[in-house]
Design a protein around this ligand. Structure first.
Ligand SMILES: Nc1ncnc2c1ncn2[C@@H]1O[C@H](COP(=O)(O)OP(=O)(O)OP(=O)(O)O)[C@@H](O)[C@H]1O
Ligand SMILES: [Mg+2]
Length: 280
């Protein structure tokens, strides 16, 4: 279990995250929503220890990750993979090498210095690419891929870390609707099949509703909603996104363009399975 205890983060006089308390069981798929500046990225970055809390502590299975140093900190950052809006691949390296970079924290410094990957690691990397349906790009330079393909490479790289938690910061904000759906389906599949906890910041309500079994709403650094999608009433939405009492808050304002079709009855002629999200 991941436990966030009274965590506050200040930047100068600005409080980005305010007294946040959350307990996240292993295997949950959590969507964090809120306006721009609400503190969503700051919260994820503290979990991964890219930045430190000003106050409070973060624990994983009872161990305080906010106090880890050296090899123990690296081990935590390996257990807790991060996916970014801008993919953060090395564009001039090929896709396979980018995925193999996910292994670095698993290896000795000497092996890393020699820049050698074992046959087993390569096979594993290809398998990760196959799982995300992009194995055919393995030898292409990462910078030549489309955004959707690059994000899938980033997910394959995260899988190579064999993480217990995946933190995704607006993973679909730069993608077109079709690629956004592919990426969210992949994260949902990894969550369901491997039991990896997924915590993802999402700009929009409809995606969070469709994919996450728990939604955390943030406003001005504080958690103002925490519950299942069904509990997200229009009042709760107004608390998160602001707005006048009684005013219509159109879901379109807070929607991406992932248009998720209502589940269709299976058609015998195609023999195709429903997409994973139909099960959510
Ligand atoms: N490194 C930093 N230095 C100073 N202020 C920062 C820093 N990082 C974040 N902030 C401030 O903290 C607040 C929360 O920012 P954060 O990036 O966490 O919001 P967010 O919810 O992720 O927003 P967005 O939806 O735009 O990504 C903002 O006021 C931001 O300006
Ligand atoms: Mg952000």
């Amino acid at each position: 279990m991941l436990e966030i205890r009274k965590v506050t983060r200040r930047f100068g006089s600005n409080t980005a995250v305010r007294n946040v308390e959350l307990k996240i069981d292993q295997g949950q798929m959590v969507g964090i929503i809120g306006r721009s500046g609400a503190g969503k990225s700051t919260l994820l970055r503290m979990i991964n220890r890219l930045i430190d809390p000003s106050e409070g502590s973060i624990l994983f299975h009872g161990k305080e990750v906010s106090a880890l140093k050296g090899p123990e900190l690296r081990r935590w950052q390996r257990d807790c993979a991060m996916i970014f809006q801008q993919f953060n691949l090395v564009p001039r390296l090929d896709v396979l090498t980018n995925v193999l970079l996910g292994r670095l924290n698993h290896r000795s410094t000497v092996l890393n210095l020699m820049n050698m990957f074992t046959r087993e690691e390569r096979i594993r990397a290809i398998a990760a690419l196959e799982r995300l349906d992009i194995a055919q790009t393995a030898l292409q330079r990462a910078g030549t891929l489309s955004g959707g393909q690059q994000q899938r490479v980033a997910i394959a790289r995260a899988l190579m870390q064999e993480p217990k938690v995946i933190l995704a910061d607006e993973p679909i904000a730069s993608l077109d609707p079709l690629n956004a759906k592919v990426v969210m389906d992949s994260l949902a599949d990894i969550n369901a099949r491997e039991g990896i906890t997924v915590i993802t910041n999402l700009h929009t309500l409809d995606t969070a509703r469709a994919y996450c079994n728990r939604i955390v709403g943030m406003a001005k650094g504080a958690v103002v909603f925490d519950g299942p999608p069904e509990a997200l009433t229009s009042d709760a939405v107004r608390n998160i996104y602001g707005g006048e009492e009684g005013a219509e808050l159109s879901e379109a304002i807070t929607s991406t363009s992932i248009n998720i079709p209502a589940p269709q009855p299976a058609r015998k002629s195609t023999g195709q399975a429903q997409p994973a999200l139909a099960a959510v």
